[in-house]
Design a protein around this ligand. Structure first.
Ligand code: PLP
Length: 425
């Protein structure tokens, strides 16, 4: 619902209080997960509740709380501006050993969640400080992309999207590829940014696509930002083996959220020294210091060498099972509906395309809400485009983080609604 604010708003306030997809999404999430648990929540990006993971975290928390020294560090001391030294040292060891990256302590900064890391990065790189319109743009080579980026520019027009090439696959599937023929990277481009795996589509852009983007960015002397929220090195929700290799020209942004810890609000940026110094300063002015809980838990997990096992043996099999279950429900309940699912290669979403749907995905969202099912309509994920094509209004995103009965019931109700939309028997 659009809200009216006083007319004498500042430019900053106008910029950040207008309607925003991410605000609506988080309002829905709050309703479903905190206020009204009867809603069937197939919308936001909350990770699943995984007992095996929670149990390990509880043990680490107890160990931290039992020792007066570590307890004091957790609750009684402000973290250093760049982030917890112990956590950064443990991360350096991990990145060097597990990933083979040549990083040092100077290449890592901790932030309060990766959302805020993106706010800092996008505006550090693209904001012009002058007129209303951004002079420099952040280029998103493949739309749809994570809608949480779309309103982060202090200036209007900071984001520049590029529509993908669509490949139709067997078994009602399809896949997006970067359309390099229409990708405009020029003097106005401040950085290239991709999420890998991509939220919302579950796409994992190929190693060759990453290589091409890397070369493009290097040639223009701009960074390639890779959002690793769902991918490698952790939580590694990627169903096929992919390489991901950091270099001085890339900025990797990670998060503890999709590992199962959205409540600790911890993000990690891996970048060249100069960027880390800038992020550290801006972050300190904005937040003073980050919370200690995420870094304490991460340090404890890394020092016990438990992270790879948790990712490979607990999280990945869990999400794979849920993905396969959700796909089966779609097959079962959407027979006759002209649907396609994006090849689900990573993250924990199914991205559905209803070609030629008689209503928009926004209307489908409203109708499903009336039935007590929250889905995400796809339009918000296509941003920074001068022209959206019809496809942008024909897609929805479903999470498969809920329990099997919730997934089953929600997809059954969705199937019923779609059959009535398409006037099928
Ligand atoms: N990047 C992607 C692709 C996401 O989906 C999200 C959250 O949903 C974020 C970043 C931000 O996550 P957080 O701020 O919890 O680290």
């Amino acid at each position: 619902m659009s809200k009216k604010f006083p007319e004498n708003q500042t430019r900053f306030s106008q910029r950040f209080t207008s309607d925003s997809g991410i605000v609506s999404l988080m309002e829905d999430l709050g309703q479903a997960l905190n206020v009204n648990p009867d809603l069937l929540f197939m919308g936001g990006g909350n990770p699943a509740r995984i007992r095996g993971f929670e149990d390990r975290i509880a043990i680490h928390l107890q160990q931290i709380a039992r020792n007066p020294e570590t307890l004091n560090k957790l609750i009684g001391i402000y973290q250093s501006p760049q982030g917890s030294e112990e956590c950064i040292q443990a991360l350096v060891k991990y990145f060097r050993k597990q990933c083979g990256w040549s990083v040092s302590e100077k290449n890592i900064a901790i932030t309060s969640g990766s959302q805020s890391a993106f706010f800092l990065l996008i505006n550090m790189l693209a904001q012009n400080g002058g007129g209303e319109e951004a002079q420099k743009k952040i280029c998103f080579p493949i739309m749809p992309e994570y809608l949480g980026y779309s309103d982060q520019g202090i200036d209007h027009g900071t984001m520049l999207g590029n529509l993908p090439r669509v490949e139709l696959l067997d078994k009602n599937q399809f896949k997006y590829h970067i359309d390099f023929s229409s990708l405009a990277v020029d003097e106005e481009t401040a950085a290239i940014c991709i999420s890998r795996p991509t939220n919302p589509s579950g796409n994992v852009i190929s190693g060759e696509e990453v290589e091409q983007l890397t070369l493009l960015a290097q040639r223009k002397g701009i960074p390639l930002i890779v959002d690793c929220a769902y991918g490698n090195p952790f939580p590694g929700v990627v169903y096929e083996q992919v390489e991901s290799s950091w270099n001085e020209n890339s900025i990797f942004v990670m998060s503890l959220s999709k590992l199962g810890l959205p409540g600790v609000r911890t993000g990690i940026v891996v970048a060249k020294e100069d960027y880390i110094e800038q992020i550290t300063r801006v972050n300190t002015i904005m937040n003073l210091a980050c919370g200690n809980l995420g870094p304490s838990l991460l340090t404890s997990l890394l020092n016990a060498n438990e992270l790879p096992g948790l990712c490979d043996e607990v999280l990945l099999p869990f999400y794979r099972r849920r993905r396969d279950f959700a796909l089966k429900q779609i097959e079962k309940h959407m027979q006759g509906v002209p649907y396609r699912v994006h090849k689900p290669e990573g993250a924990f979403f199914l991205w559905l395309w209803f070609e030629g749907m008689p209503i928009s995905s926004a209307e489908l969202y409203e109708r499903m809400k009336q039935k007590g099912v929250l889905i995400m309509d796809g339009e918000h994920f296509f941003f920074g485009l001068s022209d959206k094509n019809r496809h942008a209004y024909e897609c929805i995103r479903l999470t498969y983080c809920q329990s099997e009965p919730v997934i089953e019931q929600a997809i059954r109700l969705l199937g019923q609604e779609l059959k009535s939309v398409y006037e099928l028997g």
